[in-house]
Design a protein around this ligand. Structure first.
Ligand SMILES: [Zn+2]
Length: 331
């Protein structure tokens, strides 16, 4: 039975972990649902306006937040141009409850859209793509009250994904996060970029230079990091090429060995760079599938188990990848 001190008194769990007895300094006490206590708070982040910070230790794979959008918009085709329908945005924001509208206007606005906050400026600064067209261009985007508060890091500790069936953005801890640490996501659509490319991409779209622990490196540490990033980019191309070869020419044990060697190198480079292991999910899954097809069942199970661990960290036990991998392991 855990007891812990906090600013308002102390809490005592009933052992189920679902409810806690909270005793206040003035002598009152109440049973509260502990699962409703969010593991984060929003407060100023040095040099980055507001940020989101862990209020307790968060374990890898834990769901930090599941949030429905304040506003969602589909792109429209008008006079040969594909654009966001700002009139429809005005209408949607007007129809929000006063509290939700206040949350929308409390979001930050990038200075390139002007100092005074506008609907378009807030939208352009905060909109997250929730659906892509087949050619990869954003088709539908949404603005969220909390999700939009996460700052960027090239070494993010969160993984987020859009759950179409529930209409919510779910955010998971990609690694164990200590109390007080800032919770971060990556704003970069592409993974595996050199420092200069990351900085240019972020400045172009969001008008800031990144000072994350990866970008803040100097001297030989930076050089080593850049070599690893360069190799990660190359590895993705090599893995893609082996995958194509496996698909076209059928399986040879040689191609499978090449594939697993490349993937192992990628996984260890991700770890050395302090990047989320969830970024290796697809590669581990590919090794599991190809091993299975080659009749290497034990190897297939080992890769599937490692992929399942990534899937769990990336989207919890409800995500499609985790469910598919559990089925793969059970077969
Ligand atoms: Zn960075």
């Amino acid at each position: 039975m855990g007891m812990r001190e906090n600013r308002t008194g102390h809490s005592q769990s009933d052992g189920s972990g679902l409810v806690v007895l909270k005793s206040y300094r003035d002598g009152r006490s109440a049973w509260l649902f502990s699962i409703k206590e969010m593991p984060y708070e929003i407060r100023p982040s040095p040099g980055a306006g507001l940020g989101v910070f862990a209020t307790r230790r968060i374990l890898a794979g834990e769901c930090v937040l599941s949030e429905a959008p304040l506003v969602e918009l589909d792109k429209v085709h008008a006079h040969g141009v594909v654009t966001w329908p700002i009139e429809s945005l005005e209408d949607k924001v007007r129809r929000l409850s006063p509290a939700k509208r206040a949350e929308f206007y409390a979001l930050s606005q990038n200075e390139k859209y002007g100092v005074e906050k506008t609907l378009t400026g807030i939208w352009m600064t905060n909109a997250f793509t929730v659906e892509h067209a087949l050619d990869g261009t954003p088709q539908r985007a949404a603005v969220f009250s909390v999700v939009c508060r996460f700052n960027h890091s090239c070494r993010p500790n969160l993984h987020n994904e859009w759950r179409e069936e529930k209409g919510t953005k779910v955010v998971f801890a990609a690694e164990d996060i200590e109390e007080g640490a800032e919770l971060t996501v990556t704003y970069l659509p592409k993974k595996g970029l050199l420092r200069a490319e990351r900085q240019a991409g972020l400045f172009d779209k969001f008008c800031f230079y990144c000072h994350c622990s990866l970008c803040a490196q100097v001297g030989s540490a930076l050089k080593r990091s850049e070599r690893r990033q360069e190799r990660l980019i190359k590895l993705d191309r090599l893995i893609e090429a082996v995958e194509a070869r496996l698909r076209e020419n059928g399986r040879t044990s040689q191609s499978l060995d090449t594939l697993t060697a490349l993937v192992e190198e990628k996984i260890s480079l991700l770890a050395m760079e302090g990047l989320p292991m969830t970024w290796g999910l697809r590669d581990l899954y590919l090794c599991a599938v190809e091993s299975k097809r080659s009749g290497a069942d034990n190897k297939a199970r080992a890769y599937a188990a490692r992929a399942a661990e990534c899937a769990l960290r990336g989207g919890g036990d409800e995500c499609n990848s985790y469910v598919a991998l559990k089925a793969f392991l059970a077969a």
